[in-house]
Ligand binder design. Structure first.
Ligand code: PHB
Length: 395
C-alpha cells in the first residue's frame, strides 16, 4: 500500500489509529507452475483464478482492489517455491499467499507462512499432512485419502478381490497407496503388489507390465493429473490390460477432465472417486461450465484444478470483503475456519475449523460417452467426507 504524505503524517501522529478505510489494495501472491512439463496443470489452476476475478471483481467493497502477483515454481521444485514465497513476503509485502499444484512446494512454503503470519490458501496440493505444517494454512482443494479410501471400500464391496497399486513416488502417491490399501484390506481385499514410480517423465511400460503379470482384478493408480495421466491411460491400453480383464481404478486425477478427449476411448469404463466432474449436472456446475467455455473456448472442459483455483478465490474474496480490505492474519484464519460455500460447482464445501482442511462430497464416477463426448459420469455420492487420514490418526 502506498500512503499519501497526509495519510503517512496522520499515522505518524496517531500510531494506534486504524488505517483509513479508503482506497485499499490487498496483495495476493500466487505460486503456480507456469512453465515446464507440468505447465498444463498450472494453467488449469490459473484459469480458475482468472475466471473468478472476471466474474466477481465487481463484488469487492468500494475502494478495495485485489492485486495478484504471480510467480512460477516451474514444477514440483521446493527450493524455487521457497525463494519465491520469501520474495513475495519480504519484497512485495503480500498479505495472502495461494496456489501451489504440488505438495513439495506447499511444504517448502509452510514454515514461511507461519513465521511471517501470512495466510496460505492451498488450491491444489493434496497430501494430507500439509495442513498440519502451519496454522496459517487452509486448504480448499482435496486430499488423496478423501478419494482413495472410500474408493477402496467401494471396490471391496463390488467383489474386486485383488489389486495391484501403481503410484507416483512422492507425497500424494504415497497417500493414495496407503489410503487405498487400508480401506481395501480392512474390507477383505488383498493387495497383490505395489510399485512407486518416478514423478518426472516416467516410462509406465515396465511398471504396468509387472502389474499385468501379477493378474490382479484391478490396478489402482495415482499419477499427477495432466499429460502424465494421459500417458498412463494410453500405456494401460497399449499393454492390453483391459483385454486381460484387469480394471483400472483410482482417484479422479487419472481421468482428469481436461485430458479426457486426448485419452480417447481407452479411458471408457475406468472408475474413479473424486470431488469434481465437469460432467456433473448440478445447476451451479452447468452455469460454471458454461462460463468456463465462454471464456476459454467451447471445446475446453474445466478440471478439478480449475475448481480449486476458483473456490480458493471465493474464500479469499470472502475474507477480503469481511475485513473491508484490511487484512489481519489471525482474523483471516478465523474467517477461513468454518468458511463454507453451499453452491460450489462441486457441491457443498466447508473448511473444517479444527483441521483447516476441506470437507466435501466424493463422487463415484465412470468414464462413459455422453452425446459422443467422453465424460466422468457421476454414479454415486458419498456426502461430506472429512480427510480420513486426519480422522484415523486423530490429527
Ligand atoms: C500434489 O502434488 O499434491 C498433487 C499434484 C497433482 C495432482 C494431485 C496432487 O493431480
Amino acid at each position: 500500500m502506498r500512503l499519501s504524505r497526509l495519510a503517512a503524517a496522520t499515522i505518524a501522529l496517531a500510531p494506534l489509529a486504524p488505517v483509513a478505510a479508503s482506497a485499499q489494495t490487498v496483495k495476493l501472491g500466487i505460486i503456480d507452475t507456469y512453465s515446464g512439463p507440468m505447465a498444463g496443470v498450472g494453467e488449469q489452476l490459473d484459469r480458475g483464478i482468472r475466471l473468478y476475478m472476471k466474474l466477481h471483481e465487481k463484488d469487492l467493497p468500494p475502494g478495495v482492489k485485489l492485486e495478484i502477483i504471480r510467480r512460477d515454481s516451474t514444477g514440483p521444485n521446493p527450493e524455487v517455491a521457497k525463494r519465491l514465497a520469501q520474495e513475495l513476503i519480504t519484497r512485495d509485502h503480500v498479505q495472502l499467499l495461494g496456489g501451489v499444484v504440488f505438495t513439495p512446494n506447499a511444504l517448502a512454503i509452510a514454515p514461511l507462512a507461519t513465521e511471517a503470519k501470512v495466510p496460505f490458501i492451498i488450491m491444489n496440493a493434496g497430501t494430507s499432512m500439509i495442513t498440519t505444517k502451519s496454522p496459517y494454512i487452509a486448504r480448499v482443494s482435496f486430499t488423496l485419502w478423501q478419494s482413495s479410501y472410500p474408493l477402496a471400500e467401494w471396490a471391496a464391496k463390488q467383489g474386486i478381490k485383488t489389486v495391484y497399486s501403481v503410484v507416483s513416488d512422492y507425497g500424494p502417491g504415497i497417500d493414495a497407496e496407503q489410503a487405498f490399501s487400508k480401506g481395501f484390506t480392512d474390507n477383505g481385499g488383498k493387495m497383490v503388489g505395489s510399485v512407486r514410480i518416478p514423478v518426472a517423465n516416467p516410462d509406465f511400460v515396465p511398471f504396468l507390465q509387472r502389474a499385468k503379470d501379477a493378474k490382479p482384478d484391478a490396478v489402482f493408480s495415482f499419477v499427477p493429473a495432466g499429460k502424465e495421466a494421459t500417458a498412463l491411460m494410453k500405456t494401460f491400453g497399449d499393454l492390453g490390460l483391459h483385454q486381460a480383464g484387469i480394471k483400472l481404478i483410482g482417484p479422479g486425477d487419472i481421468t482428469t477432465d481436461e485430458e479426457l478427449q486426448n485419452m480417447g476411448d481407452v479411458a471408457l469404463g475406468v472408475v474413479t472417486m473424486f470431488h469434481y466432474s465437469a460432467a456433473a449436472t448440478r445447476p451451479t456446475n452447468l452455469d460454471f461450465v458454461k462460463a468456463y467455455k465462454a471464456e476459454f473456448g467451447p471445446t475446453q472442459e474445466p478440471s478439478f484444478e480449475v475448481v480449486g483455483g476458483y473456490d480458493g478465490m471465493a474464500a479469499i474474496f470472502d475474507v477480503i470483503i469481511a475485513q473491508k480490505g484490511n487484512i489481519d492474519p489471525d482474523k483471516t484464519m478465523a474467517l477461513l475456519k468454518g468458511w463454507k460455500d453451499d453452491n460450489s460447482p462441486r457441491g457443498p464445501i466447508y473448511i473444517d475449523p479444527e483441521t483447516r482442511d476441506i470437507v466435501q462430497n466424493e463422487y463415484l464416477r465412470r468414464v462413459e460417452k455422453v452425446n459422443g463426448q467422453i465424460a466422468n459420469v457421476e454414479i454415486e455420492t458419498i456426502p461430506m467426507v472429512k480427510d480420513p487420514w486426519k480422522v484415523l490418526n486423530h490429527q
